[in-house]
Design a protein around this ligand. Structure first.
Ligand SMILES: [Zn+2]
Length: 497
């Protein structure tokens, strides 16, 4: 057998000022191609890792033209999209393939397109009308008709934090293999409901997504080959942003539609539980300060700077939460992280042990939101200088090499502030350990994250305090000017129904 395998992943925050050129796709100079991509992803707990394992098991020949994955940011530059998709389409046209296995995100907006994945699949379908195509998607996919009508099978993550990326791709791949062998004939039914579930309320440890995803799992017992509920990505001002569902069955369209409708109905009933309630920043930090000191080894209190999560398109350089922590005098804090390549270079020039005064963060304008993000002037000791490389220990993206760029730890006495040069969300314990910070020894951790921090750090946390700071993944939808999303949509329009 011969497979075409490729990855193209980007979650686009249309309100984000962070540019998305080709160089952003990859932990280094850009995407990985061919053998370099295979070496980087073989044996990892990723979608590509799963596809490579399946191909090895089947002793299939593989062509992997490109692995392009970027942290979320603003619309993908057209040139980057063209480069990535042409690589995949050229490979598809280069010879016979028994199957195509794609690891996509499902919320890629480009400078010219609302639905980057649908356009790719449409083009592939024109090149290879008969070749089965498996697609695995992120739970934050915003689905369009072109994705479903041009794929053979679509699966989505069941966990948030996403610790089942491997399993999701493996399921898509296994169904595709059965299709190639003539054992099943997949049909898909998809649909959406007009709701924008709040990202802070989408975690699968919590009601209602826990129960909704559990119901997806049990649909296998009723004949579904795959059942996926996508909570969607709301920080995308595009027509189809929001919650959707896809069911794959073996030739049974009526069953697929019935299970799809059940999932969508259940989600709609729970729409109020997907709404997030905001506490003012000053009150949150004061509440954290008042929490009793831990017993030895009791674990840190997490201060969640959730308006500025780079894994939702945040600039990762807003300082509102850090400033409030300093203002209220919290002590024994580690903060991950402020993105500021210039400040990092100044600290590196000063050297380890030097006392420096730096203006950190607040350097990226955010015209899409009505909020100021001033720089913060900080004096402290340069405690650590690092090349910023570490490997994820998991459970999320286990084994994947990460790169936060040149990084330093600036110690103010009360707060150890991590300054980085590339966007990395603190979702793995090793992002701290690589910099010589043991989170278990800290009273507080300030994290620029929303849900994914739970994957690698959730078990350590003694308590969590959400901190409403500033940023383009704002948890206050009132700060976002939606123009293109379909209306009416809950909760923007239907709050009182
Ligand atoms: Zn996601």
């Amino acid at each position: 057998m011969r497979f075409l395998i490729a990855m193209m992943k980007h979650e686009t925050n249309t309100f984000s000022p962070v540019p998305t050129p080709l160089a952003r796709f990859g932990n280094g100079p850009g995407p990985l191609y061919g053998d370099a991509a295979i070496r980087a992803y073989r044996g990892t707990g990723t979608g590509l890792g799963a596809y490579l394992d399946l191909a090895a098991r089947e002793e299939a020949e593989i062509v992997l033209p490109i692995a392009a994955g970027s942290p979320p940011s603003g619309p993908v530059e057209d040139a980057a999209y063209t480069e990535i998709t042409e690589r995949i389409c050229t490979a598809a046209a280069s010879g016979h393939f028994d199957g195509i296995l794609l690891d996509l995100h499902g919320a890629m907006v480009t400078q010219s397109l609302e639905d980057g994945e649908g356009e790719l699949l449409k083009r592939l379908r024109q090149i290879v009308p008969e070749t089965p195509i498996a697609v695995s998607l992120d739970m934050h996919a915003n689905l369009y008709d072109d994705i479903i009508t041009n794929a053979t099978v679509v699966t989505g993550y069941r966990t948030y934090p996403h610790v089942d990326t491997y399993e999701t791709a493996r399921l898509a791949g296994e169904i595709l293999l059965r299709t190639i062998r003539g054992e099943v004939s997949p049909v898909m039914a998809w649909g959406n409901v007009p709701m924008l579930p709040h990202v802070m309320r989408q975690g699968t440890d919590d009601h209602p997504n826990r129960e909704l995803q559990h119901r997806c799992a049990t649909m296998a017992d009723e004949g579904a080959l795959a059942a996926s509920l996508f909570t969607g990505f709301p920080h995308a001002d595009i027509k189809n942003a929001g919650l959707s569902a896809v069911i794959v069955t073996d030739g049974d369209r009526e069953l697929a539609e019935r299970l799809r409708d059940e999932l969508l109905d259940r989600a709609w009933v729970e729409r109020e539980a997907f709404v997030y309630k905001i506490e003012p920043l000053q009150a949150s930090v004061a509440r954290a300060k008042a929490l009793p000191a831990p017993e030895a080894g009791g674990g840190p209190i997490v201060l969640l700077d959730h308006y500025d999560n780079c894994a939702s398109g945040g600039t990762m350089d807003t300082t509102a939460v850090l400033a409030e922590i300093l203002r209220q005098g919290l002590e024994d804090v580690a903060a991950f992280a402020i993105y500021d390549p210039d400040a990092v270079q100044q600290a590196i020039t000063a050297g380890i042990g030097a006392v420096v005064t730096l203006s950190i963060g607040g350097k990226i304008a955010m015209p899409a939101i009505p909020a100021e993000s001033p720089s913060l002037t900080i004096s402290g000791t340069v405690k650590t200088i690092s090349n910023g490389r570490y490997r994820n220990r998991g459970p999320m993206a286990r084994g994947v090499q990460m790169d936060m760029g040149p990084a330093v730890v600036l110690d103010t006495g009360a707060v150890e502030i991590v300054l980085i040069s590339r966007h990395v969300e603190p979702s793995d314990l090793n992002c701290f350990l690589a910099l010589g910070i043991d989170p278990m020894q800290k009273r507080y951790l300030m994290l620029k994250s929303r849900i994914h921090w739970r994957a690698g750090l959730g078990k350590l946390a003694r308590a969590v305090v959400d901190c409403a700071g500033v940023g383009v993944c704002t948890s206050d939808y009132g700060q976002l000017d939606f123009k293109k999303v379909r209306r009416p949509i809950y909760p923007l329009d239907l709050a009182n129904r």
